[in-house]
Design a protein around this ligand. Sequence first.
Ligand SMILES: O=C(O)CCC(=O)C(=O)O
Length: 275
Amino acid sequence: MSPADAAVPLARYGVLDQATDADALSSAAAQLRRVGYCVIDAGLSAAELGELSAAFDRLHERYLAVHGAARMAAIDEHNTIRAPLLQGEPWFVRLASWPRMLALVGQLITGRFILNQQNGVINPSGQAYNQGAWHRDLPYQHFVADRPIAVNALFCLDEFRADNGATWVLPGSHTQAAFASDADLKQHAVQVSAPAGAFIVLDAMTFHCGGVNHSPRARRAINHVYAIPHIRQQIGLSAGFAGDGSLSAQQRSLFGLGTEEPRSIDEYLARRGLQ
Ligand SMILES: O=C(O)CCC(=O)C(=O)O
């Protein structure tokens, strides 16, 4: 549909009730609720994208040096950077708190949400990698919620194309408890293309996987899961940021400070206001 067509109402009959999407973000939220995913532009400048890209490569090199490339490969962790925002590269804290993304998550998750995890993801050229198998971002879970309880936001550091293994999703799979049959997947899965600088946003219960990268270069992304605070963080971000005076109040809340379980009855009662 062209932009000119967008202003022309569609023909309909028998319709008594219609949703109104006030803006691009509400429209993306409506699509995600319906089919389980959407794509939004983050709005980074080319210079900002370049800085983030350099920070990602620098950090991956350091990460492998610190943890040992061979040891990481032995447990299939060499194409992942766990919790980059805890590793002294300010861009990752900034990206995790990107206002446009938080505004979208705020439309999708009712009440408070926190960052459950952030991971750098590398889809290497011509090789299998750990995100190439179908999964939910709340893995091992088979239930249906009537609204998102967790949302994942895959930031495309490179363009996502069919040839470099763009993400496959099964539309609507966030509304079905069971994993679909292989035949259903082979027929109905769709590959999501997106430009560098976009977020591919999924209901975290939507089944998805990385595609096979047939291009000569790795395809990089940074995944985030935002979730209700009842779901524990993949790695303790709140502990990692404890004592960090540089965070805003909004970031402290986002990274889960104050949502940790009380370690005693006294601590619980103190949080309820007991003097
Ligand atoms: O690399 C991709 O396309 C998918 C990444 C993914 O599935 C994940 O990080 O959960």
